[in-house]
Ligand binder design. Sequence first.
Ligand SMILES: O=C(O)C(=O)C[C@]1(C(=O)O)C=C[C@@H](O)C=C1
Length: 251
Amino acid sequence: MNDAPTDPLAEIRREIDRIDEAMHLLLMERGAVIDRLVEVKRTSETGSAFRPGREAEMMRRLAARHKGHLPLATAEHLWRTIIATFTHVQVPFTLHVEQGGEALAMHDLARFHVGFDVPLTGHSTPGRVVEAVARSTGDLGLVRLDAAPASIWWEGLGGDGPQVMARLPFFGGEGHPAAIPALVLARPLGPASSSETTIWGLADDGDATLSPDVETLASVTRNGRRSRLVAVKGDASPAPGAVALGGYACA
Ligand SMILES: O=C(O)C(=O)C[C@]1(C(=O)O)C=C[C@@H](O)C=C1
């Protein structure tokens, strides 16, 4: 009989190694499943593998089962990195990031969401991000949600051009490491996008009032003409003449 005392630290480390190996094996297995997904998914229709509605569902489930010491933001970052990496594996893309003001926070937000396999290109204004996404087939854009921006940058959204696909931070909350408010842009993705909340652009002479459930995200007044970017739950137009500019799912 071997009655040598077991080293509790060595035992715990063996447990950690077992868990790490299982996680690594599962991640590699996930990669093989993605290979099968590529064959059945009709990515060629949009030129992008990004599926924001599906990602929102996955994030909600992640939050619902989350407990213990690991911060939810860390779990979110790990999964965002995994998902973005597998999005890039399916169809390579660049993330165009507005880095005019708050450049460091925007860079952190980008890396929090896409990890390090997705290349980033910085742009000095949101308008340049919109143009870069418009010129691409499947690139994504990240623009800061500034309530009083220097330009009506959303004039470049809509139609066949870039649209709003997600709003960040998805969870946010106290102490979130990447909480700068921003919008994710992409060329139209068809049914892969979400319109739980829709985004609209509208202009008036400064006299139109909107219903209280309309959230104004940004507003610019020029020569007495006010242009606003607004968000509304559901898909009902907030005002006559409002132009739909995308939509997103919330946590
Ligand atoms: O479900 C898909 O369509 C996928 O491409 C898979 C996956 C993932 O890695 O889970 C990757 C990209 C999408 O944005 C959503 C999810």
